[in-house]
Design a protein around this ligand. Sequence first.
Ligand SMILES: Nc1ncnc2c1ncn2[C@@H]1O[C@H](COP(=O)(O)OP(=O)(O)OP(=O)(O)O)[C@@H](O)[C@H]1O
Ligand SMILES: [Mg+2]
Length: 329
Amino acid sequence: MDARPGLTDVRQDQAFFGREEELRRVLNNLREGRHTLITGRFGIGKSTLMNEARLLLTGEKHRVEFHSRAPALGRDSVLTVTSPAPLGECLRELAGGLYRNGDLHLEAGGERADWGAVKKEFTRLGVRTMESEVLKGLAGGGKKYVLFIANLDRISLSSMRFFQSLVRITIVCGSAIETKDLEPFKGFWASFDRVQLERLPDGVARQLVSHLMSLSSLHAEDTAMCRNEILNSADGNPFHIKNLVYRAATQKSLGKQEIRAFREVEEGPYFNMGPLYMIGAGVLTAVKFFSAGTEKREHYIYYSAIGFILYLTFRVFRSFFVFRPQRRK
Ligand SMILES: Nc1ncnc2c1ncn2[C@@H]1O[C@H](COP(=O)(O)OP(=O)(O)OP(=O)(O)O)[C@@H](O)[C@H]1O
Ligand SMILES: [Mg+2]
């Protein structure tokens, strides 16, 4: 769906609502040097909370209620990482930050070269050496680095050793939808204080919807009903709230019918694999049937029955075939 010309895309809006309690905990933790893991469902606001904490910690943003007597962290002691995987990419991101801070010291003295050249040289070192150069850089500057790492649940088993070293020499604030329960991960997650994000409280969700609706100058036949439908459908998830307001704003006329249709969006992030499995089962049955020939009637009955049972199985256990793809930014 295309936006109307001149329409504000509310999805890009940066305002931050609620979450005071959680923010306070994250800030206290990081100021006191405790690793923190922000967990919660997809789109619930983990990255946003992490970003808000980073801005307040470095003094790039001020909010009286979160003021601390401790001096703000220098921006040169904070690094952000988009994802821990693939590891090579993650190491390059860290190295880039260290390079900007003058904390990356490669053998060839490439420090004065531009980042493009240094990056090439760095990549040539191979993963093991890249790991140790990054760890050296993080530990060597005489300051304690705070790392903000999104999607920490994407850590792979093979890169665990590196991340275990990382939490020994830096303070890590990460976000994750869920944490893996396997043995090597357990110890790692145990070093984090968890801040679990739940749905936005009704009052806050209502504030956010009103704010976004006024930004997008939304005109619905019945504004109150539109707001309520959005609130019901989104169930306190800010990602859904933003998308719903955006969708509402892109519709020229917004009648009660369209507003009611918002409820469907709840299934948005899921992709139902059921039909695919069902078609697969159908094709398999057909192939079996034709390979057996049509002259044997018992085969005909037998394969039809199997096909029907497979179909029933997929209908009944539909929820097991729902696949959730990774959301892209
Ligand atoms: N407290 C908040 N106030 C206002 N908007 C918010 C808030 N929290 C999140 N949002 C908005 O909701 C959207 C989703 O937030 P965010 O990307 O932080 O979620 P997430 O939990 O990191 O998602 P994912 O699981 O995909 O990583 C963003 O557009 C963000 O601006
Ligand atoms: Mg995120």
